[in-house]
Design a protein around this ligand. Structure first.
Ligand code: F6P
Length: 323
C-alpha cells in the first residue's frame, strides 16, 4: 500500500513557460480535493534551500491560471548543484513536513530532483514545462504551443513589412538545442527557409535557393537559436551568395516566453497538474507526467535524458515547403 501523502511541496524551475500557472492551479485543486495540504516553494530549488514557502489556495490560483510566467517565480540554481545545497534543501523539506514534491520544469529540473532522490526517499513527480518542447515522454511540453503562436504572430508582422519593401528577413527563434519552435513557427507563417539544429544541410539549400532571388518578393528565413551558425554567420553567407539582397534580421528573444497561455497549454497544464498529484497519491515517484497520443503516461526521470527531436515526417515537411 502506498504511504498516504499529507503535504505536497510544489515548485517551478528553469525557464518560465506559459501554462505553468494552470498546472499549479490544477495540482492544488486535486490535492485540496483529497485533503492534502500544499505549500508553494518560491524560486525553484533556490526556495527549497532558503525554505521560502507560501501557502496556496485554489481560489487565488483560479484567478491567475490565465497568466503567463509563473506566480511561484523561478530560478536556475547553482547552489542546488552542490551536495551541501541539496542537504539543506532536504532538511527544510523534513522540517516543514512535506512528504511529496511536484516539480514543474524542463530536463534540468528533473536532473535536479533525481539528485535529491539519491539522498532521500521523498517521492517526486515532474511536469514538463518549457517552451522548447525538447522533453521525451510527452508529445508537447507546457508553453510550447503559446511560444509558437507568439513567434508565428511576430513573423506574420515581419512579413507585412518585408512584403512592402521586397526585403529578406532572417528571424531567430528560441528553442535551445531543439528545432521545434523553428519548424512550427516557420511552417505556420509560410517561411521560405527554416534552419534547425537537427539538419545543418538546410543552409546549403537556402544558399542555393537565393542565388536566383531577384528581390521581387519578401523572403523569410526562420533560424533556430540552437543552429550554432548564428544570425551573423547566416547573414554573411547570404550576402556572399547574393549581395543585391536588401537584408534585415530580427531576434525574437524572450518575447516568445511571455504572454497568456493558449487554450492548448492551459488544458495541458490542467491535465498534467491533476495527473501529477494523482500519481503521488498512488505511490508513484521519480517520474514525469506526460501526454503521448492523447494518453496520460508516466516516464521515469532516468529516461528523460534524451532530447525529443524533430522526426522524419516533420523534416519532410520542411523539405517540401522550403527546399
Ligand atoms: O529553455 C527555455 C529558453 O527560453 C530557451 O529557449 C533559451 O535558450 C533559454 O531558455 C534562455 O534562457 P535565459 O532566460 O536564462 O536567458
Amino acid at each position: 500500500m502506498a504511504k498516504k501523502i499529507k503535504h505536497i511541496g510544489i515548485f517551478t524551475s528553469g525557464g518560465d513557460a506559459p501554462g505553468m500557472n494552470a498546472a499549479l492551479y490544477a495540482a492544488v485543486k486535486t490535492a485540496t480535493a483529497n485533503g492534502i495540504e500544499v505549500s508553494g516553494i518560491r524560486k525553484g530549488f533556490e526556495g527549497l534551500i532558503d525554505n521560502d514557502l507560501i501557502s496556496l489556495t485554489t481560489n487565488q490560483l483560479q484567478k491567475t491560471m490565465h497568466l503567463g510566467g509563473t506566480v511561484l517565480k523561478t530560478a536556475r540554481s547553482d547552489r542546488f548543484r552542490t551536495i551541501e545545497g541539496r542537504k539543506v534543501a532536504l532538511q527544510n523539506i523534513h522540517k516543514s513536513g512535506i512528504d511529496g514534491l511536484v516539480a514543474i520544469g524542463g530536463d534540468g529540473t528533473f536532473r535536479g530532483v533525481s539528485l535529491l532522490a539519491d539522498i532521500s526517499d521523498i517521492p517526486c513527480i515532474g511536469i514538463p514545462g518549457t517552451i522548447d518542447n525538447d522533453t521525451v515522454g510527452t508529445d508537447y511540453t507546457l508553453g510550447f504551443d503559446s511560444a509558437v503562436n507568439t513567434a508565428m504572430a511576430c513573423i506574420d508582422n515581419i512579413r507585412d513589412t518585408a512584403e512592402s519593401h521586397n526585403r529578406m528577413f532572417v528571424v531567430e527563434v528560441m528553442g535551445r538545442d531543439s528545432g521545434y519552435i523553428g519548424v512550427y513557427s516557420g511552417l505556420t507563417s509560410g517561411a521560405d527557409s527554416i534552419l534547425i539544429p537537427e539538419s545543418p544541410q538546410d543552409l546549403e539549400y537556402l544558399l542555393d535557393k537565393i542565388k536566383g532571388y531577384n528581390s521581387e518578393d519578401a523572403f523569410i528565413v526562420v533560424l533556430s537559436e540552437g543552429n550554432k551558425l548564428g544570425l551573423n554567420y547566416v547573414s554573411s553567407k547570404i550576402r556572399q551568395v547574393n549581395d543585391e539582397i536588401d537584408l534585415r534580421f530580427c531576434k525574437l528573444g524572450h518575447i516568445q516566453r511571455g504572454g497568456n497561455p493558449s487554450a492548448s497549454d492551459r488544458m495541458l497544464g490542467i491535465r498534467l497538474g491533476v495527473m501529477a498529484v494523482n500519481a503521488l497519491i498512488q505511490g508513484e515517484s521519480n517520474k514525469m507526467a506526460g501526454i503521448c497520443d492523447n494518453q496520460l503516461v508516466l516516464t521515469p526521470f532516468s529516461k528523460i535524458a534524451k532530447q525529443h527531436s524533430i522526426d522524419k515526417e516533420l523534416r519532410s515537411l520542411v523539405e517540401l515547403f522550403c527546399h
